[in-house]
Design a protein around this ligand. Structure first.
Ligand code: FDA
Ligand code: NAP
Length: 443
């Protein structure tokens, strides 16, 4: 396996969130399918230990998908890595069933993910950031080189296939930078815990999505002495559509319909079903916030203040306080408000692999709009000289649709990636032919 001083693996995963955790399990289950199924793999995660959006593990936050859309079940309902298997191992299966609820808390789901990762952790290097990927010297090399930075320095590993799964990129309003009083929701709990809560007498939360609504509810409950300003671009929070027909957009068939559809089909998916996920809030959280606002009315206090049809357009320090600029509508007058902290729950951009790919990026083909061309099996389309696979888990909204950044995708997508790696490997050995049964252990 070793070549010029570095190990070479069949698969190297970059990032170890739920997507690559699901892939590690799919590789393990494929390997257990029979002799000769072994796929060597190693995953790199820059965090010191496993963590899934830890700074948003708010006490009552629940999952936005059914527990059955865990790391494995949709791909392999009999997997020992399912949420149900975790409940059994934790001794809570009957209690969970009695609860009659499809949506566990995020804290419980996090505990499930930790349980699952512990079972594959021999293939994960934590505290290890992949800083670049490149082609080794020589003609049509059969592996890529990855540079890893960890607390011992820098090292290289080789990969016949790379699976990039580095997650969403936090997005702040233009011109606003994070500091100790201006936070993005992805840093929320860490920043909040650093503060003396008594100092927080007036806080603002920008955004009308799930993160904003959950943080607004949390601050209102945790800071009984404080005013909480919710700065929302809409007139009121819009509900996330998770009704059964709409949920079909997350099925495997919908990925095919999106991928093989026309430009108009793809546009229709986004136009009609963006409200399954973006800038929307769970019905229950909306109602809880409204109830709090109504209780304020009854008590004649106004702690929860909604600044609707408004966006935050700037933030600057004014002594101990942060002065934020608020604009109602594009041409609206700009007002200022002094707050002790501003939380920008202003969403995320899609995963962007260009930084990691560096010079290799120019070997990846793009469409007319400048977006990566991606095969149905999530493999970047490259020039033929690049023989190795570069797969994306995330960042494929333009090719695979709404599901790309969501957990709904991961069980099936991981299986599809393993199938692709296996069938291409077999195909390589027999002069390009890809046997139909390759990877069938994963179905
Ligand atoms: P994720 O972001 O989880 O993991 C990426 C990992 O890569 C991180 O651990 C990061 O540290 C690591 N990394 C990045 N660069 C690296 C590098 N160069 N080297 C090494 N490691 C690197 N979706 C859903 O379907 N249902 C839900 O309930 C929720 N809930 C939810 C809550 C919150 C607060 C957010 C912000 C988002 C969600 N989501 C969601 C959507 C979310 O994208 C999804 O749940 C997963 O996080 C996707 O998992 P990934 O593994 O792809 O990315
Ligand atoms: P989001 O859905 O993209 O929402 C971002 C919000 O910020 C939008 O309402 C946006 O309005 C608003 N915004 C942008 N710029 C603004 C500005 N300058 N001033 C005021 N508002 C501004 O992001 P999110 O809420 O972080 O959700 C991201 C993903 O995480 C979703 O998939 C969500 O479901 C998930 N999530 C899940 C949970 C959970 O599982 N419990 C919790 C949190 C998040 P416009 O749309 O008008 O720009």
């Amino acid at each position: 396996m070793s070549d010029r001083g570095h190990e070479i693996y069949d698969v190297v995963g970059i990032g170890f969130g739920p997507s690559n955790l699901s892939l590690a399990i799919a590789i393990e289950e494929y390997g257990a399918g029979g002799p000769g199924n072994g796929i060597s793999s190693l995953f790199f995660e820059r965090q010191a230990s496993f963590g899934w959006h830890r700074n948003m593990l708010l006490p009552s936050a629940t999952m936005q998908i059914s527990f059955l859309k865990d790391l494995v079940t949709i791909r392999n309902p009999t997997s020992s890595f399912s949420f149900v298997a975790y409940l059994q191992a934790s001794g809570r299966l009957p209690q969970f069933v009695n609860k009659q609820d499809f949506f566990p808390t995020r804290r419980e789901f996090h505990s499930y993910l930790e349980w699952a990762q512990a079972r594959v952790s021999d293939r994960v290097a934590y505290g290890s950031e992949v800083t670049s990927i490149r082609l080794p010297a020589g003609e049509a090399p059969d592996h890529l080189l990855l540079e890893i930075a960890d607390d011992t320095g820098r090292r290289m590993v080789g990969a016949r296939n790379v699976v990039i799964s580095t997650g969403l990129v936090p997005s702040l309003p233009e011109g606003i930078d994070r500091d100790e009083r201006v936070w993005h929701s992805c840093d929320f709990l860490e920043q909040y815990r650093r503060m003396n809560p008594r100092i927080l007498r007036r806080v603002a939360v920008a955004g009308a999505g799930q993160s904003a609504a959950e943080i607004t509810r949390f601050l209102y409950d945790e800071l009984p002495h404080a005013e909480v300003y919710a700065v929302i671009p809409s007139y009121g929070y819009s509900v996330a559509d998770d009704t059964p027909f709409a949920n079909q957009v997350f099925d495997r068939a919908a990925v095919d319909d999106f991928y093989f559809g026309t430009e108009q089909t793809r546009e229709a998916f986004w136009r009609y079903h963006r409200n399954t996920n973006y800038s929307v809030v769970d019905d229950e959280v909306i109602r809880e916030l409204y109830r709090r606002s109504y209780d304020d009315d009854v008590l004649g206090v106004r702690r929860l203040r909604f600044l609707n049809l408004t966006r935050v357009t700037g933030a600057k320090r004014a002594g101990e306080e942060t002065r934020i600029s608020l604009q109602a509508g594009e041409d609206g007058e700009v007002r200022e408000l002094d707050v002790d902290a501003l939380v920008c729950a202003t969403g995320y951009r899609a995963m962007e692999p260009a930084g990691l790919l560096g010079d290799l990026d120019r070997h990846c083909l793009r469409d007319e709009a400048g977006r990566y061309q991606v095969d149905r099996d999530y493999r970047l389309v490259t020039v033929p000289e690049v023989r190795c696979g570069i797969y994306l888990q995330g960042g494929t909204e333009h090719t695979h649709g709404l599901i790309s950044s969501l957990l709904s995708a991961i069980a099936v997508r991981s299986g599809e990636i393993v199938e692709s790696i296996v069938s291409r490997r077999v195909g390589d050995n027999v002069d390009g032919a890809v046997p139909a049964e390759a990877g069938s252990d994963l179905r």
